[in-house]
Design a binder for this molecule. Structure first.
Ligand SMILES: NC(=O)c1ccc[n+]([C@@H]2O[C@H](COP(=O)([O-])OP(=O)(O)OC[C@H]3O[C@@H](n4cnc5c(N)ncnc54)[C@H](O)[C@@H]3O)[C@@H](O)[C@H]2O)c1
Length: 352
């Protein structure tokens, strides 16, 4: 196979980034789409000159489709991805892998029984700044990484709709945006095994629909009265190798600004990936802050998706290794659900 025929399942906002990236990848052809809302399926199909499918089963039964992107709400990721694998399709499934660990493990079992590719949508692993830093870390420039800080704070950032409905999302900022920075740190640390998790969540501010002074992203089915998810989550995770990670993430917080910070600290050097790639080294008894010269020193949405999807296509065609395997998605679900569990119980959780 020299060209991959791809269809997208779930035709909302992130599906647009997937579709744009597939259409920009010479080795892929975007051929179809399906959404539970028929009018959205038709609209998107017309806009991209691709086939509109009336059902998931019809799409998966089409032998001309080689691969799918799963861009639905979090509650259906694992089930649709497993079904697609069983139908012989390669799968790129958006983050988070699932809502629960049990769903993630069932998908991992389906992936183990299949000879198809299952890539988890940890898009930030594929951005230029992350790729450059990983090269430095793998070459030992930072030594052993023993601490990481992951911050993704929004002050007025609850998108509402299904994002604010735990039955469909599985949670708030932790599972939606905290997952990105947690995964980046964990990936840079070499994916150590988590052993204990201590988490705190708060839900005092709600979706802050009253605020009119600042613009915000609102999902298509925004409802100002709906929010049963946390608006703040913090966590300390300890790993088997002795390293630790501090996470903080919010949708709503009385902060002066939004904040995105991803930093890892080793015994030979350190690095900040966000807000901008910088490496800290020590040479001749002098501390150096090094700014690698890359086109995207900070995460760029379009570049990230272009790279993620080009990597997925190349992996499906047997031309590149798998960078975000299902096992990583399962381990991430263990950490996320342990944070929620620890917060609910009010004490540390052991994952050992
Ligand atoms: N990687 C990233 O940076 C990133 C960014 C945004 C969203 N996401 C993820 O992408 C997914 C979608 O988010 P979004 O912002 O596009 O939401 P959205 O609400 O804009 O779109 C979701 C679409 O999925 C459809 N859908 C829901 N359940 C379905 C099902 N069972 N079968 C078919 N279609 C179904 C909905 O009708 C909707 O059109 C979420 O899991 C989210 O976490 C990832």
């Amino acid at each position: 196979m020299s060209r991959l025929n791809v269809a997208v399942i779930g035709a909302g906002s992130i599906a647009a980034s997937h579709m744009r990236a597939y259409q920009a990848t010479p080795d892929a052809a975007l051929v179809g789409v399906y959404d539970i809302r028929p009018e959205r399926t038709r609209e998107v199909a017309e806009a991209h000159s691709i086939r509109a499918f009336d059902s998931l089963d019809d799409l998966l039964a089409d032998p001309t489709i080689d691969a799918v992107s799963v861009c639905t709400w979090n509650d259906s990721h694992a089930e649709i991805a497993a079904k697609a694998l069983r139908a012989g399709k390669h799968v790129l499934v958006e983050k988070p892998l699932s809502k629960t660990v049990a769903e993630a493990e069932a998908l991992a079992a389906a992936a183990a029984d299949s000879d198809r590719v299952l890539q988890v949508g940890f898009v930030r692993r594929f951005s230029s700044n992350a790729r450059v830093l990983k090269t430095f870390i793998d070459a030992g420039e930072l030594g052993e990484i023993y601490y990481a800080r992951a911050t993704n704070l929004r002050r007025i950032g609850n998108p509402g709709g299904w994002f604010a409905d735990s039955a469909r999302s599985g949670g708030g900022p932790l599972i939606d945006i905290g997952v990105h920075v947690l995964d980046l740190c964990w990936f840079m640390m070499g994916c150590p095994r988590p052993v204990t998790v201590s988490g705190v969540t708060d839900s005092r501010l709600g979706n802050r629909a009253n605020i009119t002074s600042l613009e915000r992203y609102k999902v298509a089915d925004y409802d100002p009265d709906l929010s049963d998810v946390e608006d703040l989550a913090t966590a300390l995770i300890r790993f088997e190798n002795g390293s630790s990670l501090l996470l903080e993430t919010s949708y709503s917080l009385h902060a002066t600004d939004d904040r995105l910070e991803v930093a890892v600290f080793g015994d030979r050097g350190g690095a900040e990936l966000e807000p901008e790639l910088r490496i800290v080294a020590e040479k001749h008894d002098t501390v150096l802050n090094i700014s690698p010269q890359v086109d995207f020193a900070t995460f760029d949405f379009e570049e990230g998706f272009d790279n993620e999807i080009a990597a997925f296509v190349a992996t499906c065609l047997g031309e590149a290794p798998l960078i975000a395997p299902v096992e990583h998605g399962v381990e991430m679900m263990r950490m996320l659900t342990a944070i929620y569990e620890s917060a609910a119980l009010g004490h540390e959780i052991s994952l050992a």
